[in-house]
Design a protein around this ligand. Structure first.
Ligand code: ATP
Ligand code: MG
Ligand code: MG
Length: 406
């Protein structure tokens, strides 16, 4: 088990054990989906051993990482899994934060980002309160516990407003648009009822959505990747474009809000920050993910050091990499299961087949067990000399997506 770590990661890449021999750093990751897989692909290049804890047999990350089959929501499984790791981190926020806390306290193991950060972020209402207290600009929001509160939110915010689940939200599952007072019961029902834990958010009439991947080192210094413009389809991220096609001042405003939000958290790693750009040029925070993010996938091909490499460097306490753009522009297209089963798989492969014929396009297939409708099953990143060239390349493989971003 004594292997030299990659020299590319710098002097700190190798740790000296008692025998005096260098050994590979071991990073334990809660979750082994596509983000875990892409972390594993970078880890392999960097001479880092990646282990993942995931309940799904042969999870996407298992082809590049050592998988322990088990639940990241089970405290015992998390504690057992952490044994032998140099650092414990996550690729999903819906984990047992209490178990992470115990691991950190009992074994003294490095846990990044911190369990407290995980606890705050995994409850989107708590997250909103946290950022509001830190002075980060965000849409008005309030807790919803009963039909009276829901009607009160309608009077205060106007209609439509967005009703959101506090917990276990992703890809817009956990959001419901409330269009009128009469709409309240159906919206609440669709999210599982008041007991699930709900909050309301004022509707944001955004010009577009901008995301920023912010890397934070253990000592608290920050570095941001270039601002990304994201387009959602049915609340699921569909495409991203970098540089964002908004004025430089708007990009700067997004970066400022993103860094302000991350500075208000503890712990090292990449944070995916989603924001709304308003017509007056100001930016509001939407939410933060304490991990690499779908809107940062473009960094694999478009930056010298990807968001996944950046996350590994940060959680290990290594120097943060180069977060600049090394190409003129980049567009990412998510491969969403258009239909379930074989039909969905057939259509995804047709899209990938077209992508292989497009210069500057790279295909990422996650290897999830079976194709489900409206799920992210892969993505394609296009690089080119400028936005226009990327758009033309996108058009050659997916005219509908190209139309959507024009
Ligand atoms: P993710 O997959 O990014 O974790 P999520 O399920 O946590 O998503 P949100 O990010 O809260 O959901 O919302 C999903 C999308 O819905 C946003 O990207 C945006 O397009 C839209 N949306 C969310 N909140 C609002 C709002 N207050 N006003 C208008 N649109 C909104
Ligand atoms: Mg979310
Ligand atoms: Mg979101």
């Amino acid at each position: 088990t004594c292997t030299a770590a990659s020299p590319a990661a710098g002097e700190t890449a190798t740790k000296v054990v008692e025998s005096g021999l260098p050994r590979t750093a071991v990073v334990g990751v809660l979750g082994g989906g596509q983000l875990g897989k892409m972390l594993g692909q970078e880890a392999a290049k960097m001479g880092i051993k990646l282990k993942v804890l995931d309940p799904t047999p042969s999870c996407p990350a298992s082809v590049v990482a050592e998988q322990t089959e088990g639940s990241f929501r089970d405290p015992e499984a998390v504690k057992a899994f952490a044994q032998g790791c140099d650092v414990l981190t996550v690729e999903i926020e819906h984990i047992d934060a209490g178990a992470m806390q115990e691991v950190a306290q009992q074994s003294g193991l490095e846990v990044q980002p911190t369990p407290e950060t995980m606890r705050v972020i995994q409850d989107k209402y708590l997250q909103k309160q946290h950022f509001q207290a830190a002075g980060v600009p965000l849409p008005e929001f309030r807790e919803i516990k009963c039909s009276k509160c829901a009607e009160g939110a309608g009077r205060a915010f106007g209609y439509p407003y967005m009703l959101k689940s506090k917990k276990l939200a992703y890809d817009g599952r956990g959001n419901a648009v409330v269009r009128s007072e009469a709409d309240i019961p159906a919206a609440v029902e669709s999210l599982g009822g008041y007991d699930k834990g709900l909050y309301a958010e004022k509707w944001v009439p955004f010009v577009c959505e901008l995301a920023v991947m912010v890397v934070r080192s253990r000592d608290g210094s920050l570095a941001s990747f270039p601002v990304v413009q994201t387009i959602h389809k049915d609340s699921i991220c569909w495409t991203t474009e970098t540089p964002a096609r908004v004025p430089a001042a708007a990009q700067k405003a997004a970066q400022v809000v993103a860094e302000q939000a991350v500075a208000a958290l503890e712990g090292a790693g990449v944070f995916g920050v989603e924001t709304f750009l308003l017509p007056d040029g100001s930016v509001l925070l939407n939410e933060v993910a304490p991990r690499p993010h779908n809107s940062g996938h473009y960094t694999i091909e478009a930056c010298p050091s990807s968001q996944f490499e950046a996350h590994l460097r940060a959680v290990l306490g290594w120097p943060l990499g180069d977060t600049s753009l090394r190409v003129g522009a980049s567009i990412m297209l998510n491969i969403l299961g258009e239909a379930g089963g074989e039909e969905g798989e057939r259509r995804a492969h047709e899209l990938m087949g077209r992508a292989y014929a497009v210069p500057g396009a790279s295909v990422h297939w996650y290897g999830k067990a079976g194709v489900a409708a409206q799920r992210k099953i892969g993505h394609i990143t296009i690089v080119g000399k400028d936005n226009e060239e990327c758009r033309q390349r996108l058009r050659a493989m997916d005219p509908t997506a190209a139309d959507a971003i024009e």
